[in-house]
Design a protein. Structure first.
Length: 367
């Protein structure tokens, strides 16, 4: 009960507004978040992306460590992205700032680092951990970010796991305990005006491979208990984002599609079974698990048809400034040919605008 009360309380300052009429190109564009080249506001790649934000043709930007040269430069870039955005469509300005080894901002640029999740849970109760994450979240907000791709709610089931356990990214192997720590992370970020994303649905903690490198089949290792943090947090009112991993479980989807491209996982489990009403975002669609097996067009169309709202591209593999344009063109062309696909874009746009209205509310309060 406390978990539900705490999460609902953090949502009270946010007032969702109805989606407003936009062109098909803008609705499609809001479904795209991309990485970029550049470390300053006047860099060519940053200027190009800023123009796309200004036109409403892209939904947000993703930072990697390679984009971070100094606090001053990051703040200037983020201000440029924010100031360019059309009314009602602030960009998602995103990063992975979990703590431990997964941090885009670190002490080399003056950001106060925090331990990984496993270390935090080993030495602090959930209530004590709140203070750690309050500091982290305020720092993220002060640098101009409005979305942190955290917390990790994977369960550390496999001690030999190469992507979660190896780096101490999980709070533990008990779903109820993980949910309690995650709730504190979420509450801390909401208090600072930053949105969050649960990851990596449906659970990467039991896997024996790394989706950055290729296909990860969890058919024989995945357990229903890996849904427990999602079940607890969604029941408690969580409606930010859920990030979908690239995980295969033929018990749930006999077609063998990765979960990020799987309607049985996204619509069947996350939406229908767990009742999630927020924004569904993919993990980076340039990971080997996707890029090595699907073309860009196949990736985009399969993801949207499966129920994805936001397509995330780090732009580290494709490495081209036109990537957002290419993805948007695929979406628009398919929507013009298929009314059902257009309806999916409109559905996603409504969720995205509702979530972005919460960014606007927080920005207004902080000014």
């Amino acid at each position: 009960m406390r978990l539900a009360t705490m999460l609902l309380a953090t949502l009270l300052p946010f007032a969702a507004s109805p989606a407003f009429a936009q062109s098909l190109q803008q609705m499609a564009g809001q479904m795209i978040v991309v990485g970029f080249a550049g470390t300053s506001a006047d860099a060519k790649g940053v200027a190009a992306l800023r123009a796309e934000v200004a036109a409403g043709d892209i939904g947000g930007v993703m930072y990697l460590k390679t984009n971070v040269a100094s606090r001053e430069a990051v703040e200037a870039m983020n201000a440029a992205f924010r100031e360019a955005a059309p009314a009602g469509l602030p960009p998602f300005i995103t990063l992975d700032q979990e703590g431990g080894l997964v941090e885009r901002l670190d002490k080399s640029v003056g950001f106060k680092e925090i331990p990984d999740a496993a270390s935090v849970a080993a030495k602090n109760t959930p209530a004590e951990a709140r203070g750690i994450y309050d500091g982290q979240a305020q720092g993220v907000a002060d640098w101009g970010f409005n979305v942190n791709f955290a917390p990790v709610v994977d369960l550390s089931i496999n001690p030999n796991n190469q992507v979660i356990a190896k780096y101490g990214r999980a709070f533990g192997k008990n779903g109820e305990v993980v949910a309690k720590y995650a709730a504190e992370v979420i509450a801390a970020h909401h208090a600072a005006g930053v949105l969050t994303s649960l990851k990596h649905f449906p659970g990467h903690g039991s896997s024996t491979a790394d989706s950055h490198e290729g296909y990860v089949d969890i058919t024989k290792t995945w357990q229903d208990s890996e849904l427990e943090p999602y079940r607890e947090l969604i029941a408690g009112g969580y409606e930010d984002m859920v990030m979908i991993g690239h995980l295969i479980d033929t018990n749930v989807d006999p077609s063998g599609m990765p979960s990020s491209l799987s309607k049985p996982w996204i619509e069947g489990v996350l939406r229908d079974k767990l009742g999630f009403k927020g924004v569904v975002i993919t993990d980076d669609l340039e990971m080997g698990a996707i890029r090595d097996h699907f073309s860009l067009k196949e990736t985009v169309l399969n993801a949207v048809r499966a129920g994805v709202d936001v397509l995330l591209f780090s732009n580290t593999a494709y490495q081209r400034a036109t990537l957002g344009d290419e993805v948007r063109a695929i979406l628009v062309a398919e929507a013009e040919a298929d009314p059902a696909f257009k309806a999916r874009i409109e559905e996603s746009f409504k969720r995205i605008v509702a979530l972005k209205s919460r960014i606007g509310a927080e920005n207004a309060q902080s000014q």
